[in-house]
Design a protein around this ligand. Structure first.
Ligand SMILES: *[C@@H]1O[C@H](CO)[C@@H](O)[C@H](O)[C@H]1NC(C)=O
Ligand SMILES: *[C@@H]1O[C@H](CO)[C@@H](O)[C@H](O)[C@H]1NC(C)=O
Ligand SMILES: *[C@@H]1O[C@H](CO)[C@@H](O)[C@H](O)[C@H]1NC(C)=O
Length: 388
């Protein structure tokens, strides 16, 4: 559909192109301009998704399981937000450790915009099974695991300082993900990138003694499977969430015969195969029709993990007098429709068929630095249509 719109725009542009001396030149000018229109349209679409350029992704990359699970929790198959209140903020970013040492971690946060509000930051470490079943004594059932922020050297002391961020007792025999909150450290890194010297993880016995590192081990990026890599997960908000309330709390038009948010139903892949050109003439009254935006057709399937596309829907049809409640008219539209019907004043059109409820969608994608990001975009899907 988008491609169709783009080629239509290109066609109009070609027709409007100023006359040239010969056919060949005209031909090339037309092609240039249609490419121009296309790239301008893609650029504008990228802006809707808050980007300047499409991220460049080299080779096939795997998104972290945590991010895939998170996406499936907040979004349905089509990417439409299941519950707008599930996620705090509208962005979740994941970063892999760039230092790859057993007990020290460093994450490059250069892709986070300075305008993004840091809500929560978590360090995710995968605890491995103890390597050695060394002579256990009862002090070894639990270990104190502490995460420190490494601080820059101060003028008076040459030694690196460190600040305790989070500390917890972890059973020696457990395996799996351990999550530590490190929000304060990330905020200080965002304030001054030079402060980012990384994190240090210290494991101690209950008595505070040195711990055998064979007993409590965390997976590192270099030595263990990719799915167990240390990860920083950042919940942020870019302030782009719209002011309009989704799922308007009081839907008095609930009796409407219009399709009411059938978004939770089976995936609407079929929307794509529907015949868009099915024209019933201008007599069709205002209703919601499918409009599938296919990321593959736009050439974005390389960096968007999910969804492959989504049904944005569009509103189409006339708003003739008299406007029934199923047209979900505003009072203003009703009055305008009456004025139009009575021809009281010249030049007053019938009301327009427009989306009167909009839903957000979620995108799971790779950013410029090949980190996986989950982002919510508001007002992307027409939930219902009305005469306004
Ligand atoms: C962080 O990543 C950016 C972009 O990839 C790079 O330019 C910058 O040098 C990196 N910073 C550090 C400290 O590695
Ligand atoms: C460093 O020295 C300054 C004054 O010379 C003092 O105010 C500050 O508290 C010292 N900082 C530390 C960490 O000792
Ligand atoms: C919604 O509308 C009903 C009547 O249609 C009213 O009783 C109720 O107070 C309204 N609720 C809100 C939140 O506006």
């Amino acid at each position: 559909m988008l491609t169709l719109a783009l080629s239509l725009a290109a066609l109009v542009c070609t027709i409007l192109a100023r006359p040239s001396l010969n056919y060949l030149e005209n031909h090339f000018t037309g092609e240039d301009e249609s490419n121009e229109v296309r790239s301008a349209a893609i650029k504008r679409l990228l802006e809707v998704f808050g980007m300047e350029d499409p991220p460049a992704i080299h080779g096939h990359k795997q998104a972290p399981q945590y991010m895939l699970d998170l996406y499936n929790t907040v979004a349905d198959v089509d990417g439409v937000t299941k519950d707008p209140y599930l996620l705090e903020g509208n962005t979740v970013r994941s970063f892999f450790d760039r230092r790859s040492e057993q007990v020290e971690f460093r994450f490059n946060l250069s892709t986070v915009a300075t305008t993004e509000k840091i809500l929560t930051a978590e360090l995710h470490l995968f605890k491995l099974r103890p390597q050695a079943m060394l002579a256990f004594n009862r002090h070894h059932f639990c270990q104190q695991v502490s995460v420190y922020q490494l601080l820059p050297t101060t003028k008076n002391s040459s030694a690196h300082g460190r600040k305790l961020l989070s500390s917890r007792l972890i059973p020696v025999h457990s395996t799996g993900w351990e999550v530590f909150t490190i929000t304060q450290a990330v905020r200080s890194w965002m304030a001054d990138e030079g402060n980012n010297l990384g994190l240090s993880v210290v494991v101690q016995t209950l008595g505070g003694g040195q711990m055998d590192t064979k007993l409590i081990r965390f997976a590192s990026g270099r030595h263990h499977h990719q799915s167990k890599q240390p990860m920083l997960v950042l919940f942020t908000d870019d302030g782009r969430r719209s002011a309009t309330v989704e799922n308007a709390p009081n839907d008095t038009a609930a009796t409407s015969s219009l399709p009411e948010a059938p978004l939770s139903g089976p995936p609407s892949r079929s929307a794509r195969s529907l015949d868009y050109s099915e024209e019933e003439g201008a007599s069709t009254s205002c209703q919601r029709m499918p409009l599938y935006v296919d990321f593959e057709e736009i050439g974005w399937s390389g960096w968007i993990v999910s969804p492959r596309g989504y049904n944005a829907y569009h509103c189409k049809g006339s708003c003739p007098f008299p406007l029934g409640q199923n047209m979900r008219p505003t009072n203003h539209a009703t009055v305008q429709s009456i004025i139009n019907a009575l021809k009281l004043i010249k030049g007053i059109e019938t009301p327009c068929c427009v989306p009167d409820k909009l839903f957000s969608i979620n995108l799971l994608y790779f950013d410029d630095d090949e980190n996986v990001v989950l982002k919510q975009y508001s007002d992307m899907v027409a939930g219902s249509c009305g005469c306004h």
